[in-house]
Ligand binder design. Structure first.
Ligand code: 13P
Ligand code: SF4
Length: 304
């Protein structure tokens, strides 16, 4: 089937079925042509919470579709490729979280949105990379448990001197592939370039970055900064979109190894098939959903 006709068919089905397509910036860029909203985890979860659509097709990874279902239980939520998991989210399970909590019984748990519904349900409040500092700051306790990402947890700790953050040991394999040497090599080649890094990166990368932020933060900074050249330390989908959208600036990948394979499963064909068959559908048991909803809505109440 021709690409153009796939796009047309997806668009027609979206209208017919009152469906909305949410796409993360790490997706294959062709998906933007059919997406209603493209953005980072926070933005997409906000859209999932307010949409009037009957069907949400999530072009992203499993935890994102699960989050959409938690926020919009009456909608049908589809994840076109069920195998699109997040390796970091799978690094902690309920038993491990309970064990972690039992070591620090009076400390609240902040969970990164890159986690399963069960983990969100067992945590006090959720955060994304766009609001993690703000969320941790909002808690009255000085000692906070942070799961599952030690990268983001360490970054947040570096920004808040009055909080002790005990991070779990999870990490993002994609961002860990960006090495400090990659940045210094590129910086030697392009000394005028501004370095921007996602907080899931190694602390050594973060320390030499000029700007640290979530996907939306990096995109915003690229637009507003007076720099003309940037070295980008995050998943390469962000760089592809920056190059497409900001033509008068240059965006250099810190390394071509920062590709999240799970984010790249989805194709236009998969989205079409998913919309046609209304599968695979993502569901969350109601008792878990209600508790996970509390932890996500606490976050959304602080950072709308
Ligand atoms: P953000 O969308 O919050 O920037 O997070 C990046 C990520 O790794 C998504 O899985
Ligand atoms: Fe998970 Fe990392 Fe992929 Fe994001 S980039 S979905 S954190 S494995």
């Amino acid at each position: 089937m021709q690409r153009i006709s796939i796009i047309e068919e997806i668009k027609e089905l979206k209208i017919e079925k009152n469906a909305v397509i949410l796409a993360h910036c790490y997706q294959n860029i062709e998906i933007d042509e059919v997406a209603d909203f493209v953005g980072d985890s926070l933005f997409l979860s906000q859209q999932a919470a307010i949409t009037n659509a009957d069907i949400i097709v999530f072009a992203g990874v499993y935890f994102m579709a699960e989050t959409a279902k938690i926020l919009s239980p009456d909608k049908k939520v589809l994840l076109p490729r069920l195998e699109s998991g997040c390796l970091m989210a799978d690094m902690i399970n309920l038993k491990e979280l309970r064990n972690f909590k039992s070591q620090y019984p009076s400390s609240p748990v902040v969970c990164y949105v890159n986690s399963t519904a069960e983990i969100k349900a067992e945590s006090d409040i959720c955060c994304t990379s766009a609001n993690a500092v703000e969320i941790v700051k909002s808690l009255s306790s000085n000692k906070i448990l942070f799961v599952p990402d030690r990268g983001l947890g360490t970054y947040v700790a570096s920004q808040l001197s009055n909080k002790e953050i005990i991070s779990y040991y999870g990490y993002c394999p994609t961002h860990m592939r960006i090495l400090p040497n990659d940045i210094t090599d590129m910086k030697n080649k392009y000394p005028d370039a501004e370095v921007m890094a996602h907080p899931e990166c190694h602390m050594e990368v973060i320390k030499i970055a000029d700007y640290v932020g979530s996907t939306s933060g990096i995109i915003k900074r690229a637009k507003t900064s007076s720099s003309k050249r940037f070295i980008i330390a995050t998943e390469n989908g962000v760089v592809e979109r920056l190059r497409r959208d900001i033509k008068d600036k240059e965006f250099i990948l810190a390394t071509d190894k920062a590709v999240c394979e799970n984010m790249k499963w989805n194709t236009l064909e998969d989205i079409l098939h998913s919309l046609k068959t209304e599968t695979p559908e993502i569901n969350v048991p109601e008792d878990i959903r209600e508790k996970a909803y509390t932890s996500i809505s606490r976050m959304l109440a602080i950072h709308v």
